[in-house]
Design a protein around this ligand. Sequence first.
Ligand SMILES: [Zn+2]
Length: 388
Amino acid sequence: MLKRILLFLLIFLLFGLIGFFFVAGKIVDRQRNTTAEMDGSAVSEEAKALHQKLLIGDLHSDNLLWDRNVLKKIDHGHVDIPRLIEGNVTIQVFDAVIKTPRGLNYQKNTANSDNITLLAMANRWPVRTWKSLLQRALYQADVLQRAASRSEGQLTVVRTSAELQRFLDSRRSNPRQVAGLLSIEGLHALEEKQENLEKLWDAGYRIMGLTHFFDNEIGGSSSGAEQGGLTPLGRKVVQQIEAMGGIVDLAHASPKVVEEVLAMATKPMVVTHTGLQAVHGNPRNLSDDQVRRIAEKGGLIGIGFWDGALNAATVDDVVKTIRHAVDIAGIDHVGLGSDFDGSTHSCIDSAHLILLTDALLKAGFSEEEIGKIMGGNQIRFLLENLPG
Ligand SMILES: [Zn+2]
């Protein structure tokens, strides 16, 4: 009898472990990364012709967080290489999320809890990533690099403007390829050590988000408990990012951090994924004044596709937000910052970007303007601001 009970418990445990390590992460992925109805049947012939000519660039995807093979097309979430190619995307920024608070919200979060530890375990990341935020960043960079080396030329990770230029030259004769660029979402990845910035750099990170949903050792978050400015370490880190030739990302930064970075920065900065408070008033979105001043510094603002950045996850709402951003910042400072696969309900996935081209045309944007918004600005900005 005892033997039977033990056997039963063993089998129960085994199924539990299989469920945790092979199923749980995939269920969370499927539940968190959803898409609104995508119907391409009404896309105009004019939009189809234009979309094929565009160079498209998206500034933010959290794809690396999930238990996926980015080279394989799947039926959920927003990004994989086949869908990026289908959507005629030239460059996708792949972001590393390393820690998010439990009960995450746009108003106020502390750094005391972390969802990613359990997800890292469930997704079978190496044990070194379970406790170390730096290792989580290094691991995700490695996942992208390894995917690129298996991709038979369909994915190229770029680190410099010269590499991006070489990729653009090569893509002219073979458009069935995508460039990837690494960004980090929150420099708590440094684990309070400035010298770790070089480890992120060596792993390929070129866009550095200072904070995420909570205040960290670098500065305040727009959703943090105190929402303060840059710390002394934060000021040094911003200077070092600029000295190395990296790009500062102000997404999720507190208003004080935005203010202080604007005051001290000598290079243009990016906001990889945001909405606008004038369209949808959540504290995570940028004010008109911030948009204007980031643009005055030569910066670039990526407009998000998800319901939290917008009033609703619709392509029309993205267009409305882009319209306002262009009115405030000027046409050369607005791009796409989808937040694909960022635990988001998105209006479209990467394969259906043509719906945005179509909606921009119908909203009266010229072909030249659409070319800039969809990717011309992103590519020009990266060519100008990545290290040579
Ligand atoms: Zn984010």
